[in-house]
Design a protein around this ligand. Structure first.
Ligand SMILES: C[S@@+](CC[C@H](N)C(=O)[O-])C[C@H]1O[C@@H](n2cnc3c(N)ncnc32)[C@H](O)[C@@H]1O
Length: 248
């Protein structure tokens, strides 16, 4: 995904940040942030004084994270290590050598982007291998989403909008549909340039269907023990999520 659309569509979500901070306070750092993108959560944790390793398969998003950190004077470096290190890797198959983490987090339904049970099994294996003994994996999922279709006259959340270098980027959710495999989220992305030039493209994201109990079962099969659940409430613009906690 391009950096700008990632930031337009994910950047303003803050409802879950207190939860990740409270888990870091309970379990300690370094924290492995899986599917970190441009660092919405990683930068917040670094700002709170935690060391974070940000893993994503998209190098452009991680580069943007690095640039953002360079600009962010609020981040206090608590040791000689950089507050956020980045790793380009696939969450379904990664190997960080001897590095171990007391806390691995997967915010914003990223686990539902991994291509179903097989992709998740690969991820759970890797996550477990990288946890310290007794460390925890915390995964945000959406079990259900409100379905709508703007074309049918059903109400949709408002657009996410951001202005940068004279361009206005606007992403309007247009539909959420369900099928057997999961949910399809549709958006219309519109860019208006400094002289009024306008481009429009449609975008589609597929989220695998996943329940709390299903993920706990898959966790047990991968050698984890279920260690609680948390809830992140819905906002007007974002669906709520359940956070499944699994102990290694
Ligand atoms: C919904 S965004 C969430 C970004 C960030 N965690 C946040 O909460 O704002 C999903 C992220 O997961 C990454 N991603 C998707 N599939 C991945 C995979 N197989 N391995 C690693 N990262 C992946 C995408 O590149 C994207 O940055």
């Amino acid at each position: 995904m391009s950096v700008i659309w990632h930031d337009v569509e994910c950047g303003s979500y803050v409802e879950d940040l207190p939860l990740w901070r409270s888990l870091a306070a309970s379990y300690g750092d370094p924290v492995l942030d899986v599917g970190a993108g441009t660092g919405r959560v990683a930068v917040d944790l670094a700002r709170a004084g935690y060391q974070v390793t940000a893993l994503d398969r998209d190098p452009d998003l991680l580069d943007a994270l690095g640039t953002r950190l360079g600009r962010n004077s609020e981040i206090v470096v608590v040791s000689s290590q950089a507050p956020v290190s980045t790793v380009v890797a696939d969450a379904r198959d990664f190997n960080l050598g001897e590095r171990r983490f007391p806390l691995v987090i997967v915010p914003m339904q990223t686990i539902q982007l991994l291509g179903g049970p097989e992709g998740r099994a690969g991820f759970l294996r890797c996550a477990r291998r990288h946890l310290t003994p007794g460390g925890v994996l915390a995964v945000a999922i959406a079990e259900v989403l409100d379905l709508y279709e703007v074309a049918d006259g059903l109400p949709a959340p408002g657009p996410d909008v951001r202005e940068e270098d004279g361009f206005v980027y606007s992403s309007q959710p247009t539909a959420v549909r369900a099928d057997r495999a999961g949910f399809v989220l549709e958006r219309r992305r519109e860019t208006v340039g400094p002289s009024g030039e306008r481009t429009v493209e449609d975008n589609l994201i597929r989220l695998d269907r996943l329940t709390v109990r299903g993920l706990e079962r898959e966790g047990v099969a991968a050698g984890f023990e279920p260690a609680g659940r948390r809830h992140v409430p819905a906002t007007d613009d974002y669906s709520g999520s359940e956070v499944v906690i699994l102990r290694a």
